[in-house]
Each structure stands twice: as C-alpha cells, then as structure tokens.
Design a protein. Structure first.
Lengths: 456, 337
C-alpha cells in the first residue's frame, strides 16, 4: 500500500477535518462522525467492488444493510424459549414443507417435457403447496407473536457476542445477493438497477412485517455491545486511574479536595463516553483496513484483472473463455457481503434495530453518491468518498444554519422567509448531495481519486 | 340473485374502482417514464420527483385561488390550478434537460451514467420541494368529496352493500381517458408524433430524413411534463399530497413501464393497470365477497386474503421479476414508441 502525493493530500485533509471538528464542536461529535464515516466507507467499498471492478450495478444496498442488521439481532439477542416452545414445531413443519415444495418444483421442471403442461403443473403445485404451508406458518407465527408482545413476541437470537454478527451479516447479505443474482443478473444494467432497488424494498418490507423474526416495526432495542458500558467504566479503578493520570496536571492545580473530586467525576463521565466511542472507532477501523487490504490485493490479482477485462469489454472477455455470468454473480455476492458486514456494524453501533429506518434515499442513493464522488474502481477513492460525503451530510446542517443567519441578518428575526428557511435546514443536505453528484459526474466523471490505470 | 349482485357491488367498491383510479395514476406516470426511455434513452429516476413538483405547484396555485375565492363549485379548485402546475413542470423538465441531460446526450454516454445523473436531479428536485413545502401531508381537495355515498346507493337500490364513488376517482379516470386519447392520437396521426416515433425507432435514420432532434426532445419534455404533473396531482388529490410518497411511487411506475414493455406507450398504460389491479387484488380480503356467493355452510372463516396489505408494494415487484424472467421485453414487446 503505497500512496502517491495526491492520495496523501486527500488523507491528510480528512484527518485534519476531524481534528478541526474535535476542537470546534468537541471530540465526542468528531468521534461520532468518524464512526459513521468508517461504516460508510465499508459500505462504499462493497459497492465499489461490484460496480468499480466489474461494472455490476447494485442498487440493493439498503436491503443488504438490513440483512446485516438482522444478523446482529439474531446473533446477539438472547433466545426467547417460550416463543420457540409454542411456535418452533409449526415453523419447523412449514420449513420442511417448503423444502419439499422446492424439490417438487425442481423435479417437475426436470421431468416434464411439454411446456404448457409444465407451467400448469408448476402453478398447481405451488398454489396448493403455498396454501398448506401458510396454514402451519401463520398458526406458528401468530402464536409466537402473542408471547409477551410488549417485550418479546419474536424468536430471539443465539445469545452470542455481537461481534460474530459482523461475519454472519456478511453471509446473510451474500446469501440474499446470491438468490437475487441468480434471478436478475442477466438483465441490462438499468433494468438491473431497478430490479435490485425493488428487491431491496421487498427485503426491508419483509423485515418490517414479519414480527416473529425481527420484531418488525416494534424494533429490537438493547442489543449487546462489543465494547464496555460507560456505567461499568465509571466504577472501575483502572479507568479512574487512567483519567486521573491523563489529567494530572490539570487536577494538581486545584487544591480544594472537594472541588477536585467534583471535577474528576465530571471528567470520568465525559471520558467514559469518549472511551466507548474510541473503542468502536478502533474496532471499525481494523475491519476497514482488513477489507481494504484484501480488496486491493484482489484488484491487482489475476482475478481482478479478469474482472476489469469483463467490465471494459464483455464480448472479448467472453471470447477469451471467461464465464461472465458466473463472475458477475461472484462479484455481486462479494460486494453485497461487504455491505452486509457494514449493516451489522451499523446496528452494533446504534445498539438497536429499526427496520422502518431503512430508506432508499439514505441507505442506497447516498452510498452510491459516495462511490461516484470518491472514485469508482479505486478503493481508497471509495473510502475517501464515504468519509467526505458522510462528513458533509452531517456538517451541512450547522453550516447552512450559519449561512442563512448570515444572509438574512438584515431581516427582522420574525421574518416569515427567514423562519421558513431555518425550518428547512435539514433539507439542504439533499440539495448539496444532488449538486455534488451532478458536478462530479459532469466535470470529474471518474471521481476525486480516479482509478489507476495499470499496464502490468 | 340478489346475493350475486351484492357480491359484485362489494368487488366494484373495494377492488375495481380503486384499481381503476390507482391504475390510471400509474399509467400516466409509466407513460412519462416510457417517453423518456424511448426518446431520450435512459431510465429517469427523477420522474417521481417531477410528479411531486407538478403537484406541489398545483397546490400552491390552489391555495392562491382559494384565498382569492375563485373556485369551481362542486369540482376541486386544483383543476384550475393544474395548467399552471403543468407549465411549471414542463419548464423544470426543459431546464433539467438543458443544464444536465443534454451534455450526456451529446456525449453519447451509456444509459447507466444517465440514470445516475437522473438520481442527482432527483436529489436536487427533492430538496427544492422539501425546502418549499416541507414534508407534512397536505390535503388540498375541495369541492364535493363524493359523487355518490355508500348510504345513498343503498337507499337507491335497496341492496345490502353500498357503493361509494369519490369525485377524485371519477375525475382521475376521466382525465386519464382524455389525456391518453390525445397522446395516442398525437403519436399516430400528427406529423410531429410520427417524427417522434421515427426518432425512437432509429435515431440515425430519423436524423438523415431531416427530423430536428432538438424539436423532438422539446416536444418530449412537453408531453412528459404534462403527464407527470397530471399524474402527480391526481395521485395527491386522491390520496392527499405527501412529498416523500412519490419516491416510493417511482418503483411501481417503473414496474408498470417494464411489465408493459418499456418504450411502448400502450404497454405502459396496460402495465399500469396490471400492476394496480394485482396489488389490490392480491392484498384484498375476499371474505365478504365469498359470504354472498357461497352457501352458508361453506362460508370462509378466515379473511381469504392471499397476502397481507403490508406487502402491497412487494406484489408489483414480484410481477416485475416474473415478467422479466419469462418475457424480458414486457407484455407488448417494447423498445419503439
């Protein structure tokens, strides 16, 4: 990993921006933004792998993120035994029946030669199969949802440390991507965009409404953390000692012991929340670096070169004997899996899973803007795009408030236009995002840090 | 016999009439998407926001007329405001073309880049709408709400079941019929319409025969702006206006256009109704319908609902995927106007 001068500039600009925010708005704000920036950067790397390496469009980011989030719930939440007790067998029966149905359809397609007969048989078997499965399934799920609906009402999870869910989230998202890819990847790119967008909406609406699985719109709160809790930190000796040691010069100036204790307590509370955020940042950073390392390795490997060949000229790559459909599927699944990892991390950071929070504008299109702005085909560019755009997304609001106040300072404070503008401050970020995307696509279509052309 | 009529009335009231009006809104939207796709050759993700923008301008003018006490009596005031909304939507479409899309057209960019660009336009228009009217739900239908109330119908016919007819539904259906008739007449009979069809069929050949591409693009945006604004306003009139709802509407609209065969105007209209009816029919609980039809001992105990209404949206996409798998060019072999 060697960066050229240009890339070093980009990196140092980012670092100094965070330091600046740290000094102006406080380190806590800076770390909150940093954590989300890192997660965004992982999402953009996922999209970048499928779009930048192979030109496979993936507008289903939102759905894969939600699958990652589901993984976080299913891995870390304690199982609800009563729910398993009342509904487990019913679910099991319907699952077995579903497998039976799939096998039956498979054999019909294999054995029956005549086309019209095949369609009719398929239709009939699927119709009656679904009716039978629905009977068992709905019975079981309604029983599960009745178990203590205010607190549980779903199956719960496996009660494992939540950090495992980052890998599981990748598998979940990859699995869904495999199914989508099998169905949709033959389509032309703009059809594929629409279809993936639609399927991601279906995934989210399933998570929203299948309460037995994910608690749906009732949300899952209080997920476990991979890092210590503030309250435990505040009472542990080593942490108090560390805070005292860090601030020793400041504390030594105060002579009054009561006042000293008071200030120390305040410092401990502040630094405990800072410490937790820092822990998250370190964990996320490690994941980001690992993914970045392997993504870069893959890009310069023979496989990466083949992907580029497929992207740049599908026909000749095909003529060279590369299996395009298979490679597209592989890269679609890999990209989606990385997005799924980010989805699990997002839920881990929030500590709660809210299916209704997944909206395409925020979780699909913004990610795409990050990739385009940063530079598709370049992993550092993707990371940079994730950082810059998320940073702008957060910092636009205070900046616009400042600007509106500045430009309307001559007006009466109760002026209707001024008040209306101040009320619509949160919407200016959409304006900025749209403008940035349009400007980049027009004047720098390869992104801020473009893909390096390698001739080796 | 009376039971049979009752069951038909139930179906009319809950499935057919709502399906017709929702289908009309989708059909108008899908027609706009198809026009952009066939002539400008890209999937316009900003179409939903174009609809939303048109509806917003119409609402602003409606408020203005209401404050001036200008109205249409029993008809909604929005109908007088509609021409202004159409004008503004056309201007927005032309501006977006001049400042954004034209560059990529002359560069002959690939469709995906244009689709990306349209996402940028979508963000900008979305922000403008939110900055102007916020995100709250706005009800702007006035005049007489019902042409026929359920109770009136019951008294009139003596049936058990009522049939309510909202004026917004009737207006939607009538305007759609008028607009569709005009569009198809224009495409088939006028010289300009024929030149547009030629342009969408084979651009180079059309240019060789002396068709002015700028004029074709201009006319396209006239039609697209009109269709988008009318569709957006009718949807808002029918279900109350909410700026963020139009982003979700883009997907069923795309589904309609693709299911019908993208690029084929007739297909877009049919696709709109197919999507609308399947969304409503699959998620409707047929219990009441069967109650009238079946003998008493066979009466269904459950709701007889194929899918819960939560999945209304998923239905359109499942249909889209199935159609793409079995017949990728859509029901009416799209591509050409």
């Amino acid at each position: 990993m060697s960066f050229d001068k240009y890339e070093w500039t980009a990196i140092s600009i980012m670092v100094s921006l965070f330091i600046l925010v740290g000094f102006i708005q406080g380190w806590s704000v800076s770390l909150v933004i940093l954590n989300m920036c890192i997660i965004s950067a992982i999402m953009t790397m996922g999209v970048n792998i499928s779009w930048g390496y192979a030109g496979v469009i993936n507008f289903g980011v939102m759905g894969f993120l939600a699958m990652g989030g589901l993984a976080a719930v299913l891995v870390s939440y304690p199982p609800i035994k009563e729910a398993w007790h009342v509904g487990g067998s019913g679910l099991g029966i319907s699952f077995v029946l579903l497998i039976g149905l799939v096998i039956a359809v498979y054999f019909i397609n294999k054995l029956v030669e005549k086309k019209s007969l095949k369609y009719w048989l398929n239709g009939l078997v699927i119709f009656f199969g679904v009716i039978i499965i629905r009977y068992f399934f709905l019975n079981a799920t309604s029983k599960i949802e009745e178990v203590d609906p205010a607190l549980a009402g779903f199956l719960g999870g496996a009660n494992l440390p939540i950090i495992f869910s980052w890998a599981v989230g990748g598998f979940f998202a990859g699995g869904v991507a495999f199914l989508i890819g099998k169905v949709a990847l033959g389509l032309r790119s703009d059809y594929l965009a629409i279809v993936t967008l639609g399927i991601s909406e279906i995934v989210v609406s399933v998570l929203k409404h299948e309460e037995w699985l994910s608690r749906g719109v009732k949300n899952v709160i209080g997920l476990k953390r991979p890092v210590p809790y503030e309250i435990n930190l505040q009472s542990s000796d080593w942490f108090i000692n560390m805070v005292t040691w860090f601030n020793s010069s400041k504390l030594n100036e105060i002579i009054d012991p009561d006042q000293k204790q008071e200030i120390l307590n305040k410092l401990i509370i502040d630094s405990s929340s800072l410490f937790v955020k820092l822990n998250y940042a370190v964990l996320f950073f490690i994941v980001m670096i690992v993914i970045y390392y392997f993504a870069n390795k893959a890009q310069v490997s023979p496989w990466g070169r083949m992907m580029r060949a497929i992207r740049d000229n599908e026909v000749s790559a095909n003529a060279m004997g590369k299996d395009i459909v298979k490679q597209h599927l592989i890269i679609f699944v890999i990209g989606a899996a990385i997005v799924g990892v980010a989805g699990a991390m997002l839920v881990t950071l929030d500590g709660l899973f809210t299916p209704s929070g997944y909206r395409p504008l925020r979780f699909t299109f913004i990610i795409w803007i990050m990739v385009i702005v940063g530079g598709s085909g370049n992993n550092l560019g993707a990371i940079f795009g994730g950082f810059v755009i998320w940073f702008a997304w957060i910092e636009v609001a205070p900046l616009t408030t400042f600007l509106i106040n500045f430009f309307t300072s001559g007006m009466d404070p109760q002026n209707a236009i001024r008040l209306h503008l101040l009320n619509s401050v949160p919407y200016f970020r959409y304006l900025l995002m749209g403008m940035v995307l349009l400007l980049i696509l027009r004047y720098r279509p390869r992104g801020i840090i473009p893909e390096k052309v390698r001739h080796s | 016999m009376i039971d049979f009529i009752n069951s038909i009335v139930v179906l009319l009231n809950f499935v057919i009439i709502p399906g017709l009006s929702y289908g009309s809104q989708l059909a108008l939207g899908a027609l706009g998407v198809t026009f952009v796709y066939a002539i400008l050759r890209f999937a316009n993700f900003a179409h939903g926001e174009l609809m939303s923008f048109g509806a917003m301008i119409t609402i602003l003018f409606t408020w203005f007329f209401q404050s001036q006490n200008i109205g249409l009596g029993i008809l909604p005031t929005a109908l007088i405001a509609l021409p202004f909304g159409i004008l503004a939507t056309i201007v927005l479409g032309l501006l977006s073309d001049k400042f954004v899309f034209k560059y990529y057209r002359t560069q002959k960019s690939v469709p995906v880049v244009l689709a990306m660009v349209s996402i940028g336009v979508m963000f900008v228009v979305n922000a403008i709408i939110r900055i102007i009217v916020g995100t709250e739900t706005i009800k702007f239908s006035d005049g007489q709400k019902f042409i026929m109330k359920a109770k009136q119908f019951k008294v009139m016919t003596g049936l058990n079941e009522g049939l309510a007819l909202k004026s917004s539904q009737v207006i939607t259906i009538l305007i759609t019929i008028a607009l569709l008739t005009f569009t198809f007449w224009f495409l088939q009979k006028t010289k300009t319409g024929k030149s547009m069809r030629a342009f969408s069929d084979n651009e180079d050949l059309a240019l060789l025969s002396g068709i002015n591409p700028d004029r074709v693009v201009f006319i396209t945006w006239l039609i697209v702006g009109t269709l988008a604004c009318v569709a957006g306003t009718l949807y808002g009139l029918d279900k109350s206006y909410k700026p963020i709802i139009y982003l979700n509407l883009v997907l069923p609209i795309f589904a309609s256009a693709i299911v019908g065969g993208i690029g084929s105007p007739f297909g877009a209209v049919v696709g709109g109704y197919v999507i609308a009816f399947s969304e409503i029919m699959v998620t409707y609980a047929y219990k009441k319908f069967f109650k009238y039809l079946l003998p008493e001992n066979l009466e269904p105990s459950s709701l007889v609902q194929l899918l819960s209404t939560d999945y209304k949206f998923a239905v359109s996409f499942t249909i889209l995927v199935i159609v793409l798998l079995i017949r990728p060019s859509g029901i009416f072999r799209g591509k050409v106007l």
